[in-house]
Design a binder for this molecule. Structure first.
Ligand code: NAP
Length: 366
């Protein structure tokens, strides 16, 4: 039995990861968070023993000892926001000889995970950051098509959510850079964009249709120019299914950029509540795209856009899939490289889509 502890296991994404992992053979699942009662209730609702729900605080000094005494082999860390978070969970996992997987979308956090490489190698464990939509799925898509290009000029990634609002940790994370400078590789040099500004309209395949998008500060902006040698541009934009909601965030970004508001973070919790209330009024469809353009192997221009389209509010399963795929691989005895790295090159698109097969989620390539 391979024991996987999901930290934040009754949170928005953690609960979905636990639901999937609870059905895996040879995997003992522990649902963890700071609230023992909620953890036990979540475990029971998955058909697990009540003691498979347990109180674990990511900030506790004795975390490594607790992981050891629980017999954990792999920690899945979903207790964000990761923007500004230290590496104490990953360090505790390494000290307890556990593998570590997180869902981080914080640019500095994911890029900086390499600082733990020597420690992780020393203990023979795998430490992976960003096992989620970015950079795991976005990079898997670029990996799939990269060899078709003699020269890659632009990589554009975008996500538009459906109605179902994620947890407050996600909202706090994305509001942390609202209106703040974002370093971007544009027109062949590093320039400054601003979080949730740079308004563009993107037409997704039906049933998603046209959506507004704005700039987000994600690990891909730092990792992709180097990994793929994109000559001109790497961009990442995201948007909300609710047009009104998108323009509220865009307006806050303008106020922060103009210096009239110090940070939009204070609005994260109230707007998160509002987004829950308006869910029934908003489209349950969402999508992700990865657009590549450059010179193809034959010497002519080549442009391709890969889409993942989700209906029936199934979109929130997508950010969970890379962490699920990695935890399942580890539970089946797969040998992942020892060391600490952003989640790139470990999973193919097919690996990531495998846990999503029964859902209303489909690929479209144009
Ligand atoms: N990379 C990507 O593409 C991507 C995509 C989507 C989401 N994400 C990330 O996923 C993360 C999770 O989002 P979510 O929407 O699931 O958030 P959420 O619903 O707020 O869940 C967070 C969970 O963490 C637990 N938690 C908070 N502080 C803790 C601590 N000190 N120790 C132990 N548990 C703690 C919370 O429970 P208690 O408060 O009761 O402890 C809660 O269960 C976010 O940070 C987001 O950035 C990444």
């Amino acid at each position: 039995m391979h024991t996987v502890l999901v930290l934040g296991g009754y949170g928005f994404f953690g609960a979905r990861i636990c639901t999937s992992l609870a059905t895996q053979p040879n995997l003992r699942l522990l649902v963890a968070g700071r609230n023992a009662q909620r953890a036990r209730t979540a475990a029971r609702s998955l058909g697990l023993a009540a003691d498979q729900g347990t109180a674990v605080d990511a900030r506790a000094a004795g975390l490594a000892g607790q992981l050891r005494s629980l017999g954990v082999n792999t920690v899945v860390h979903t207790a964000g926001p990761f923007q500004g978070q230290s590496y104490e969970v990953a360090q505790a996992a390494i000290a307890a000889d556990c593998n570590y997987i997180d869902l981080a979308d914080g640019r500095e956090f994911v890029v900086g995970i390499r600082s733990l490489d020597a420690q992780a190698r020393g203990r023979g464990v795998t430490v992976v950051s960003g096992a989620s939509s970015v950079p795991a799925l976005s990079s898997a898509v670029v990996d799939r098509y990269r060899s078709d290009y003699a020269r890659l000029d632009t990589i554009r990634v975008g996500i538009s959510s459906g109605a179902r609002a994620p947890g407050v940790a996600t909202v706090r994370g994305v509001f942390s850079y609202c209106g703040k400078p974002v370093r971007c590789w544009q027109a062949g040099s590093w320039t400054t964009a601003y979080g949730w500004l740079g308004l563009t309209r993107h037409r997704f395949p039906a049933p998603v249709g046209a959506r507004w998008l704005g700039t987000c500060n994600v690990p891909d902006l730092e990792l992709f120019p180097q990994r793929y040698g994109a000559a001109r541009e790497v961009s990442f934009q995201a948007g909300f299914a609710s047009t009104a909601g998108h323009f509220v965030v865009w307006s806050l970004a303008h106020l922060v950029k103009a210096g009239l508001l110090g940070s939009a973070a204070v609005f994260a919790a109230p707007l998160h509540r509002v987004s829950r209330w308006i869910e029934p009024l908003v489209s349950g469809n969402g999508g992700m795209f990865v657009s590549l353009a450059g010179i193809g192997a034959s010497g002519g221009p080549l442009a391709r856009t890969w889409y993942l389209i989700a209906g029936h509010n199934h979109g929130p399963q997508i950010p969970c899939a890379p962490a699920i795929a990695l935890a399942v691989k580890l539970s089946r005895g797969a040998q992942l490289p020892a060391g600490a790295l952003p989640c790139m090159g470990l999973l193919s698109v097919e690996d990531i889509l495998a846990p999503l097969q029964a859902l209303d989620i489909r690929e479209v390539v144009r």
